[in-house]
Design a protein around this ligand. Sequence first.
Ligand code: GDP
Length: 294
Amino acid sequence: MFQGLSEKLQETFKRLKGKGRLKEADVNEAMREVRVALLEADVNFKVVKDFVAKVKERSIGQEVLESLSPAQFVIKIVHEEMIELMGGATGKILIAPKPPTVILLIGLQGAGKTTHAAKLANMLKKQGKHPLLVACDIYRPAAIKQLQVLGDQLEVPVFSMGQDAPVDIARASIKHANSNGQDVVIIDTAGRLHINEELMSELRDIKASVKPHEILLVVDAMTGQDAVNVAESFHKDLGLDGVILTKLDGDTRGGAALSIKAVTGCTIKFAGTGEKMDALEPFHPDRMASRILG
Ligand code: GDP
């Protein structure tokens, strides 16, 4: 992941380190390269502009330029600002004081909702919870089956009412959880190829009916700025509590990971790193920044 971005930044920093003492022009040159590398990685242009301006402002001071290893200082600043860009993530599900904790997973088709509903159930089960998976993706019959297969594999119960209205299924699932001692309800909703009013209205109805404690958007990191736009729209309409960024094991350029928080204000809580059930990690901005900067 982020290989191109990582290589370009490392080259820039290597050249910077080779210079010994730095002049303002050296920092400017390096920042031009950082800017290009970030834009090529599909980071939002305004995010890039603000990021480079901040790093430049902090790097051109006397403290940095007159320090013993100014290049190292600049790299440290880039690292810190990158953490700030992705910052604030908790990587945790907030458990409601009174069970069940209700988690609503939303997103476009193919983003990884069903897979991540099951991965979350797996994670919570390992933490001693008793999750219930709920099949509200009624338009794609394979989705119900997919959730049932994953539930069986994890030994997590799956609540389904076939093709009934999603809002009715969601409501009934809470009652079911209450009477069966399940303390976390994870609702897998239907996506669409694109955001449309039908999708939003269905999700608004489910939200109003079950009052989720966590609305998590599942987005595919491979889709770059589209993922950011999707996050912005869902956040405006429904109010997200966090994002699960999936397919980070693929050849993703980094644009989504580096832009989502800055553009939407939503934190990335989890990273999906594969198709297996244990390929779910809390999203750590500091580790992500270290991975990018090498
Ligand atoms: P949904 O339509 O949003 O429910 O998406 P699915 O959960 O069905 O996932 C779509 C495809 O992406 C499936 O083939 C999944 O196995 C795959 N997938 C989901 N998450 C990941 C991930 O983190 N990494 C990889 N490599 N594949 C994933």
